[in-house]
Design a protein around this ligand. Structure first.
Ligand code: PEP
Ligand code: MG
Length: 583
């Protein structure tokens, strides 16, 4: 039966494919595709982990004291039965062999399938046995992750019933469905095969949505119960323009969306012809179009669409998913150099790490995070709290500057003291390189304007920095007190709020007055409904996902900044700017 699930539209276009569910386990599970020749080794890894957990439970059984309650021994028996269940392990093997999932993903996917079967059981006692299955699965997952399983906790349980028939879908388009995906997960999927994705949680400018947008595939986030309602292998249409996922579509609906998909392909094809067209308005204003990237290899996509540089390299993505082992100076330098060389002489703006909030490095640090991470130890605060780590990054960036044009961008500054400490550390990094006799280059220094306090202290910022980059994602979050990752307040996340527009406009105007470059690198820059307004406010430099560059260029080619300036002043003065946006 066809039904639709509504969420937030975060990446445009139509995707049609079979659902691949990424199970939400309490253990942080890595999800990636393996190569066919790795299947045997992956099944071995799983077997070894399972055997180790079996041994451990047997040891526990053996050590059970005589006066232990008799149920305890019985419970351990049941856990053993679950682990030794042949059909369970053969189904997990099936995920590895047929889908090429890594072992952890295969196991957690199977747990999800069986978990649903438990949920549907009539008998309440049996239904509750799902928890036991989760426990043993998590012990195995833990073992694969850390080489030991967690402290034993056991509760009464019984043996599950399961039967699963998987269709082999490696040759059909796949759509990813998950409760949540961390930005690190998304990066893993960047090289892979998905044609669209949908998640239960997330806001429009959550980092997961941002990475999805950078993949250029249709996506819906904040779809609340999607991962519960959609099943493995269901056919799904993702309508990334409307923010809807249509499950099990009828042939008529499929045909309609197939048509829309072809229209989209044609539109993209048409836009690609603008690649070499100079980015200039009708009244001759040159507009700089830059790319936002997460990895050095994204430079290719930036060149492909004719971006004239990188306006934001989110360097934290190099640090994520490393289980706390941060890349050393040489490893970072290599990555920055690759990005710089990849851009073939055009400038690359490398932002120092912005971890914290919804971009945690690993579980351990996450646990240490504060209750309100968006307001906590994030971005430059994190860097200044660990000067040795920050200096390592600064040295690596300065060394990369010997290989091409590099701008150094600092996120989330608010205080004069943070600016002074940062500048002192940049000087120190240069001196250290000089003492070592290492080659390094000059960089332009930039600050992100993404905290209202910074937007209200522009003179201070312009005194110390060569350029500014407005991070509208955070500027909106902090101006309106809306967690950008929380879908329950997504309706209040409003780029057109008069206070937000005022801060953006003042930053652009003050930069122009002082002859310093101001760019916007938040999602607003790639949103074609905002292009005219930003031009009218005087913005001449936009940085966005490569997939958005040509659409924005199309808007620019049709714009007249003289007329837009007059209109933008009216929008800025309006009580409800949204009402004037289509005039
Ligand atoms: C922003 O805040 O607008 C920005 C570009 O940085 P990030 O999205 O990485 O926080
Ligand atoms: Mg930001």
């Amino acid at each position: 039966m066809t039904f639709s699930i509504h969420g937030l539209a975060v990446a445009r276009g139509i995707a049609i494919g079979r659902a691949v569910l990424v199970a939400s386990s309490r253990v942080d599970v890595a999800h990636y595709f393996i190569r066919p020749e790795q299947v045997g080794a992956e099944i071995d890894r799983l077997r070894q982990a399972r055997n180790a957990v079996v041994e451990e439970i047997k040891r526990l059984q053996h050590d059970l004291s005589k006066d232990a309650p008799p149920e305890l021994g019985a419970l351990l028996d049941v856990h053993l039965m679950l682990l030794e269940d042949q059909s369970l392990s053969s189904e997990v093997k099936h995920w590895i062999e047929e889908r090429l999932y890594n072992a952890e993903w295969a196991l957690s996917s199977q747990m999800e399938v069986i978990g649903r079967q438990f949920d549907e059981m009539e008998d309440a006692y049996l239904r509750e046995r799902k928890a036991d299955l989760e426990q043993v699965t998590e012990r195995v997952l833990h073992f694969m992750k850390s080489g030991s399983s967690p402290v034993t906790r056991i509760r009464p349980n019984s043996r599950p019933q399961q039967e699963l028939h998987l269709g082999d879908t490696m040759d059909v388009p796949l759509v990813l469905v998950a409760h949540d995906l961390s930005p690190a997960d998304m990066l893993q999927f960047k090289q892979s095969v998905f044609t669209g994705f949908v998640t239960d949680v997330g806001g429009k400018t959550s980092h997961t949505a941002i990475v999805a947008r950078s993949l250029g595939i249709p996506a819906v986030v904040g779809a609340r119960t999607a991962s519960q309602l959609i099943r493995q292998d269901d056919w799904i249409i993702i309508d990334g323009d409307a923010g809807v996922a249509i499950v099990d579509p009828s042939p008529i609906i499929l045909a309609e969306y197939g048509f829309k998909q072809r229209q989209g392909d044609l539109e993209r094809e048409r836009l690609s012809r603008l690649r070499h067209t100079p980015s200039q308005t009708l009244d001759g204003q040159k507009i700089e179009l830059l790319a936002n990237i997460e990895m050095p290899e994204d430079a290719a996509a930036a060149l492909q669409v004719g971006a004239v540089g990188v306006g934001l390299f989110r360097s934290e993505f190099l640090f994520m998913g490393q289980q706390g082992n941060l890349p050393n100076e040489d490893a970072q330098f290599e990555q920055y150099r690759r990005a710089v060389e990849g851009m073939q002489g055009m400038p690359v703006t490398i932002r120092t790490v912005d971890v914290g909030a919804d971009k945690q490095l690993d579980e351990a640090r996450h646990d240490a995070a504060h209750l309100n991470p968006a307001l906590g130890l994030r971005a430059i605060r994190w860097s200044l709290a660990d000067p040795a780590m920050f200096l390592t990054q600064l040295r690596a960036i300065l060394r990369a500057a010997a290989h091409g044009r590099v701008n150094l961008l600092i996120p989330m500054l608010a205080h004069a003291s943070e600016i002074h400490q940062t500048l002192a550390l940049v000087e120190q990094a240069k001196q250290e390189l000089q003492q070592q006799g290492a080659a390094y280059g000059d960089v332009l220094l930039g600050a992100m304007i993404e905290i209202p306090a910074a937007a209200l202290s522009l003179k201070l910022f312009l005194k110390h920095f060569d350029f500014l980059s407005i991070g509208t994602n955070d500027l909106i979050q902090y101006t309106l007190a809306i967690d950008r990752a929380d879908e329950s307040v997504a309706h209040l996340y409003d780029p057109l709020h008069p206070a937000v527009l005022r801060l953006v406009a003042d930053t652009i105007a003050e930069g122009a007055r002082q002859g310093k470059s101001v760019s916007v690198c938040g999602e607003m820059a790639g949103d074609i409904t905002m292009t005219r307004l930003l031009l009218g406010m005087g913005l001449r430099s936009f940085s966005m996902h490569p997939s958005q560059v040509l659409q924005v260029k199309q808007q620019i080619l049709r714009a007249d900044t003289g007329k837009l300036k007059v209109w933008a002043e009216r929008v800025l003065a309006a009580e409800d700017p949204a009402l004037l946006m289509n005039l």
